[in-house]
Design a protein around this ligand. Structure first.
Ligand code: ZN
Length: 303
């Protein structure tokens, strides 16, 4: 039994209004979930959607770095540092993540862990000054990063799903159809106990208030999901898609929103996981409990 966490930046549950919400426009099979605000887990078109609080009881608009740290650790990072932290990982957030991320904890309990995203040579040459929360958590856990060779072999997925972005930067990697990217992601996830994949262009489309781009990205994500779900057995893979804060679901504003984010679940046993989730801080503990219950990890780390 494996868990695949698909993290999608800047996706909240908005009004079912095609004038402002790309979810209400995109032609999707799986992402139908994100319009209207249910107040409890709800099954929609086969998708179990859990409205998940991202404000974390802290004033101001929720932001990526603190939200992602919270998602990865189960610790309310915004409350701990006293504010929502945007962008990249800070020293304070790195302190919260160290030893406490899902990567570190699943690994300590004997689980096989991977981050499916491919990194470019600039990263390996140490040219990135600012690192994402996930990157820092991976480094702290001593886990290897996937590179463009892995990507070319079909053993990684680029953050933009299709590889168009990395090709535009001059790297010779074949373009990939989103469904095929999804099948590759499923293969990786099935050979590990916990796999994470990250996509953040949705947040960029929200900041740009770009409806056409947002619709295209959601349709691409939906095809990715199609590939993942088509290539895996629901008894073998729990798929959890979630976000750090709202943004793209309301294109009336350039900023993030305080809307709940949709945590969407596919796979056997998802109801028990869904019942435990109210806020971003509930996701990591719910997934750890699930992996222990299913025997994927040994529970040795459980206090
Ligand atoms: Zn943002």
């Amino acid at each position: 039994m494996s868990v695949l966490m698909i993290f999608v930046d800047g996706v909240g549950i908005g009004d079912d209004n095609p004038a402002v919400n790309p979810f209400a426009r995109a032609r999707t099979r799986h992402l139908v979930a994100a319009s209207g605000v249910p107040d409890r887990p709800e099954l929609r078109a086969g998708v179990l959607v859990v409205p998940t609080d991202a404000t974390l009881g802290v004033d101001g608009l929720p932001q990526s770095a603190s939200g992602q740290t919270t998602l990865l650790t189960g610790i309310n990072a915004a409350r701990q540092v006293g504010r929502h932290v945007h962008g990249f990982c800070t020293k304070a957030l790195a302190g919260i993540l160290d030893g406490a991320s899902l990567f570190a904890r699943v690994r300590r309990e004997g689980g096989r862990v991977t981050f499916a995203n491919a990194y470019t040579p600039e990263f390996f040459r140490g040219e990135r000054r600012f690192l994402s929360v996930t990157t820092v958590a991976m480094k702290q856990a001593g886990l290897p990063f996937r590179d463009l060779d892995d990507l070319a072999r079909g053993e990684a997925v680029f953050h933009d799903i299709t590889n168009r972005d990395v090709r535009e930067r001059g790297y010779h990697v074949p373009e990939v159809h989103p469904e095929e990217a999804g099948r590759r992601l499923a293969r990786l996830a099935l050979s590990h106990d916990f796999t994470m994949y990250e996509h953040f262009q949705t947040d960029q489309a929200g900041h740009a208030r770009d409806m056409d781009r947002a619709v295209l990205l959601l349709e691409q994500l939906d095809l990715l999901l199609d590939g993942v779900l088509g290539a895996s057995d629901p008894d073998e893979l729990l798929v959890v898609m979630t976000s750090d804060h709202g943004n793209v679901e309301d294109l009336t504003t350039r900023t993030h929103t305080k809307n709940p984010v949709p945590t969407m679940l596919w796979g056997t046993g998802r109801e028990a996981v869904a019942r435990e989730i109210r806020t971003l801080a509930d996701v990591a503990p719910a997934l750890l409990r699930y992996l222990r219950k299913r025997g994927a990890i040994n529970g040795a780390d459980h206090a």
